[in-house]
Design a protein around this ligand. Sequence first.
Ligand SMILES: [Mg+2]
Length: 268
Amino acid sequence: MSDSAFELPQSSKGLVRAPKVAPIKAAPGATLFCDFDGPIVDVSDRYYATYRMGLEHIRAVSPEQGSSMPIRYLSKGQFWTFKQNRVPDRQIALWSGLEGEQIDSFLSHVAQIVNQPALLHQDRLQPGVRQSLKLLRCHGVRVVLVTLRAPEQVIDFLEQHHLDWAFSGLYGMSQAEAAYANQANHKIQRLRDAIADQHRHGYSTQASWMIGDTEADIMAGQSAGLPTAALTCGIRSNSYLKAFRPTVLLSDLRSAAQHIIDPLVLRV
Ligand SMILES: [Mg+2]
């Protein structure tokens, strides 16, 4: 296991509490690989705040333009719809009234601050996540997080929300900027590492799934030969995700948990 992978319940560093929900008989081989931003966490407020801070930064460093500078703040709804439809950040900056070098400056400022600890308190738990994780655990499904976030950030969030019992492993990236860049090759590698570790620890991944909210998650699952559940509650739209041909396209983790558990119940 690399330095950015954690076995959550077995953590010896006191970072993780003991499970609060008793595990029930496991269905053999039921391990779910799940992305963090999107399925578990709603990052839209943080991303929108970062966008606004990026524009304020440009206003501050362009004193010659003063307050007459024609910056147009998109609404949260407009901004998030653009993000979900993969409108490039450069285009969003242009539509917000920036031009030329201002756009480059805006982009680099946003990339610098978006995953900084001071903004992470804006992240929210997605609705229904706690119940979905309990449901999965009650059916013996192990959930392993595969994310491009820094593991320390993920552990902090899980502890704040008393969700550390819900996960059997955490595979993240040590570079804080990796989450925003969301490179598919990083996700492919992290999932590969996670699967190899499950096998090393004697867990089958035959009935496994990869769940996520972006093309990187779908591509990682497909590359590992796993069925994929793409969720539309995150940073990509239904129509955008559809083009990557996930096994199923669902609204959120609750629907995904139900979809995965139904065959287990039928098998019993
Ligand atoms: Mg995500």
